[in-house]
Design a protein around this ligand. Structure first.
Ligand code: NAD
Ligand code: KPL
Length: 303
């Protein structure tokens, strides 16, 4: 059974190239005929690892193709996920499986609403990749992938294929804890790096701001039924700030490049959930307002 991968961006390329080089059948899904023609001109996907570039000439098709899809890796941004799946809904086989690679919380429910008969498998990834050119991706940071299905703890039979492809992974019944924990880390670090215009390590100069955000994020996680995601959050945030001190956060990179951010699925979601649970988290709310004003002032979407 073929893997379909939607999105020839950073993570889509990283996954598709590794699956393909393990001899597994992979088909890329691109937006339209123009993008397909560009892909064919490029000769395939290029993956750069340890300075070595390899070319992977995978078969590709457009959203408008009609072949049925049994297993789809959805590798687009959170704000594109639901519309991408809506476009593919007529092609989903009755027991289709969707692997959702999106950061943050919220896009997963939006996708499930577009494909109510498909099994949605949520992925939380700490791997790092970025696009150096069109259809050329650099594997920048080794990490890990947690997979799980909050509605069904049974692991899928194809997990061994990920191992075969060298994709580090673990099936977990606690995928929501993983996603909320990552959301909290992203909320404590990313917006501040944008507002202070600094690398992650620059936040070591703002310890009080980081500490109060971690305390409020902890309250949020406790209050919304994710207490395990709150454990030792501040320590973990400080560890990540140190371990990634030289890096720019993904949100900082997006803003610097004039790209839309995933704020609605990160800090926006955190504030919406706090409001729904009647939690008063003034520093988190103020951070969200400052961030939205910062994005608006640069002509970037605030959702
Ligand atoms: P990306 O922007 O590099 O790639 C997304 C790709 O999806 C783009 O090529 C875009 O054109 C394509 N796309 C969007 N809508 C489409 C559609 N309807 N049809 C066909 N193609 C479509 O994004 P990314 O960095 O790979 O991130 C994907 C998700 O993974 C995000 O939620 C991100 O936060 C998360 N993530 C990324 C990294 C990373 O290192 N890049 C790490 C962890 C998590
Ligand atoms: O995931 C990250 C990001 O930049 O998006 C880290 C490195 C954890 C910072 O929040």
């Amino acid at each position: 059974m073929s893997w379909h991968v939607l999105g020839a961006g950073s993570l889509g390329t990283l996954w598709a190239a590794r699956l393909a080089r393990a001899g597994l059948p992979v088909t890329l899904i691109l937006r339209d005929e123009k993008r397909l023609a560009d892909y064919r001109r490029a000769g395939g996907l290029s993956l750069v690892e340890n300075g070595q570039r390899t070319l992977h000439p995978l078969p590709a098709e457009t959203l408008a193709d009609t072949a049925p899809i049994h297993r789809l890796l959805l590798a687009c941004k959170a704000y594109d996920a639901a519309s991408a799946v809506a476009a593919l809904a007529p092609r989903l086989a009755p027991k289709a499986e969707l692997l959702l690679l999106q950061n943050g919380i919220g896009s997963q429910e939006e996708v499930a609403a577009q494909a109510p008969h498909a099994r949605c498998i949520l992925v939380s990834s700490t791997e790092g990749a970025f696009r150096r050119a069109d259809f050329e991706v650099v594997f920048a940071g080794h990490g890990f992938n947690w997979l799980g299905d909050p509605l069904d703890p049974t692991p899928p039979g194809w997990l061994a294929q990920l191992e075969q492809a060298g994709i580090p992974r673990q099936w977990t019944p606690d995928i929501l804890t993983r996603l909320w924990r990552k959301l909290a880390l992203n909320c404590a670090i990313n917006p501040l790096t944008v507002l202070h215009d600094c690398r992650n390590g620059g936040l070591a100069e703002h310890p009080a701001e980081v500490a109060i955000l971690c305390a409020e994020l902890g309250e949020l996680l406790e209050g919304c039924g994710q207490p395990a995601a709150a454990e030792h959050l501040h320590d973990d945030v400080q560890r990540v700030i140190q371990a990634t001190a030289a890096n720019h956060s993904s949100m900082h990179q997006d803003v610097a490049a004039g790209r839309r951010t995933e704020v609605a699925y990160l800090l926006g979601r955190a504030c919406a959930v706090a409001e729904r649970h009647a939690l008063d988290l003034p520093h988190l709310r103020a951070l969200h307002q400052r961030l939205l004003a910062h994005l608006a002032a640069r002509g970037l979407p605030v959702h």
